[in-house]
Design a protein. Structure first.
Length: 322
């Protein structure tokens, strides 16, 4: 059974993400709407949007994977998960390099490189299932896209006049961060086969890692950063796993009645927010630093917003505006 409130929550979040991403180009925007500075202890409205999107990624994982398991083997599902993750990671790396491009050293204009990059993305990751193209033609188009990506990587020059270099992984980019978090969380859910105890354990491990990383206890793992998949102090993985846990709880308690769903998820959201404010004195609330307080408070807010949309869309059927 499809939960339409998840689709609405995702759509609203994507609209808000586009909206807040343009704030830096505007003047006289209230501070509470913008991202807080990196070392500040506070939460702006813009700081809640990206974690909400990560949470929604997790919300969707149980429904999507279980649907695929009805038709495909576990191996096929793993291949699907890895393929989707790789797409996000590759796109993230290319887009980050686009931000650091050095036009004067390029053999083609930056604008042309950028347009060709989007064309390559479309060729490689277009949804060809809904087209009438033969498998042979699809393979040709995807192959052309891969070759174009390789050519663009070869032509790329970044840096400055003093330090011209080729493509680098400066950081994973927003898409890359989503890709890594999705990869780990989806594989955990698949291995757990939806069992609450294992999903909950995975969630708690990432929450604990996020906290312990800030205490310095895990400094010995710094050799793995930033190339290891636990980017962002495991905050992003915790947010996605929080969405997975919420979905598992939702599906378990929905069978026991609407009131149970509201009680459990309301309690979860409130407890997460309380925990966030409990650890705030230690590390502050910061999106830039991905602190435990930011992770937990934003996750709690996302649980409560999902609960609101479930009440509005799925229960009250007030979806005419969607």
């Amino acid at each position: 059974m499809r939960v339409h409130s998840i689709d609405v929550f995702r759509a609203v979040t994507m609209v808000l993400m586009i909206f807040v991403n343009d704030f830096w180009t505007l003047e006289h925007i209230p501070q509470w709407l913008k991202h807080m500075p990196g070392q500040a202890d506070g939460l702006g409205f813009s700081d809640t949007i990206f974690p909400a999107f990560l949470f929604i990624v997790g919300l969707s994982i149980p429904f999507a994977i279980d649907h695929r398991l009805d038709k495909e083997s576990s191996v096929q599902v793993v291949i699907h998960i890895v393929t989707r993750s790789l797409a996000l990671i590759v796109m993230g790396v290319f887009l980050v390099n686009l931000e650091n491009i050095f036009p004067a050293a390029m053999t083609i204009p930056k604008q042309l490189w950028q347009v060709l990059l989007i064309v390559a993305f479309m060729l490689v990751w277009n949804n060809y299932e809904k087209t009438e193209l033969s498998q042979g033609k699809v393979k040709i188009l995807v192959g052309a896209g891969v070759l174009l990506l390789l050519l663009l990587a070869y032509l790329y020059k970044g840096g400055s006049a003093e330090d011209v270099h080729g493509m680098r992984r400066h950081w994973w980019g927003i898409l890359g961060l989503i890709g890594w978090a999705y990869l780990i969380s989806a594989l955990i859910y698949l291995a757990a086969r939806g069992k609450l105890i294992w999903v909950g354990l995975g969630f708690l491990i990432f929450m604990a890692y996020n906290y312990l990383d800030f205490t310095g206890i895990l400094d010995f793992l710094e050799i793995l950063h930033p190339d290891f998949w636990l980017t962002g102090h495991a905050s992003h993985q915790a947010l996605v796993m929080g969405g997975v846990l919420t979905s598992v709880l939702f599906r378990i308690y929905r069978e026991k009645g609407t009131s149970m769903v509201f009680q459990i998820l309301l309690m979860l959201g409130i407890l997460l927010i309380i925990y966030g404010f409990m650890v705030r004195p230690s590390f502050g609330i910061s999106k830039i630093r991905a602190t435990p307080a930011w992770t937990s408070i934003c996750m709690g807010i996302s649980v409560l917003v999902f609960l609101f949309f479930y009440w509005l869309i799925d229960l009250k059927k007030m979806d005419g505006w969607t």
